[in-house]
Design a protein around this ligand. Structure first.
Ligand SMILES: [Zn+2]
Length: 249
């Protein structure tokens, strides 16, 4: 027979489980790239055979130029989600990205977890970055990718109020910590194959920078990007994200 104390513990345990489930739901809604519980965002339309290469956390003076060379060699235009404070430090590189025909997107000023950031600070992170990028490139910035994919309704609402379309992804691996370009290529190739087979376009993320520091070594990611470009430029249509704005999924 349960004592009141034991019953109390069981009840508390039940509450802990319920709280855990609620936390798991919040984690899914705020972090999972496929979640739309906190609002709509651009991922990829049902256009199998198309891939948007996107690069996060730059500009990186050590590695972004190599990436630009690889993209130019395959005549591919990509989308770069830039960190505002790095863009301000490397305006020449930002101009080079834009001048090569790539799309420049907003990845916040300092790369915080926006699901845990006050609304006024979210607005400032996005606005300051948008204004810096537009001042550097002379062109409007239309797309925004939340750092870590982390969001809550206020993040998506504020982005839209600032004229920014939120963007997530459907193909990513842990390229930021993976030392083997080969493994990055293998994982992403499998994902591209599956998405293509399932009738989806691919919104692929690699990292040419690291929010912790300017100049981070991104050799595995950039090498992997070069191999994937060589592999898919022949079989797929490689597009910028603005090719999909009318066909959101
Ligand atoms: Zn990032």
């Amino acid at each position: 027979m349960l004592s009141p104390v034991t019953t109390g513990i069981c009840a508390a345990g039940g509450c802990a489980v319920a709280a855990g489930l609620a936390a798991a739901g919040w984690a899914y809604a705020s972090r999972h790239p496929a979640s739309r519980l906190f609002g709509d965002a651009l991922t990829a339309p049902r256009r199998p055979g198309e891939i948007a290469f996107t690069f996060d956390d730059g500009p990186n003076p050590a590695w972004t130029p190599h990436l630009l060379d690889a993209l130019a060699a395959h005549n591919v235009h990509a989308t770069f989600f830039l960190i505002g404070r790095f863009a301000q430090a490397e305006p020449g590189l930002v101009r080079r990205i834009a001048a090569a025909g790539h799309l420049v997107g907003n990845h916040s000023w300092s790369h915080p977890d926006l699901s845990r950031t006050a609304a006024r600070d979210i607005r400032e992170e996005l606005r300051r970055t948008r204004d810096a990028l537009e001042q550097i490139t002379g062109a409007p910035v239309r797309f925004f990718r939340p750092p870590y994919g982390a969001r809550r309704p206020a993040v998506l609402r504020i982005a839209r109020e600032l004229g920014l379309e939120p963007v997530l992804w459907n193909a990513m691996t842990n390229d930021w910590s993976e030392p083997s370009a080969e493994r990055i290529v293998q994982t992403l190739s499998r994902r591209i194959g599956k998405l293509t087979e399932d009738g989806h376009a691919v919104n692929l993320v690699l990292h040419d920078g690291n929010h912790r520091d300017l100049g981070w070594n991104r050799q595995p990611s950039v090498t992997a990007a070069g191999r994937l470009l060589a592999q898919y430029a022949r079989t797929h249509r490689l597009v910028r994200l603005d090719a999909w704005v009318e066909e959101r999924k």
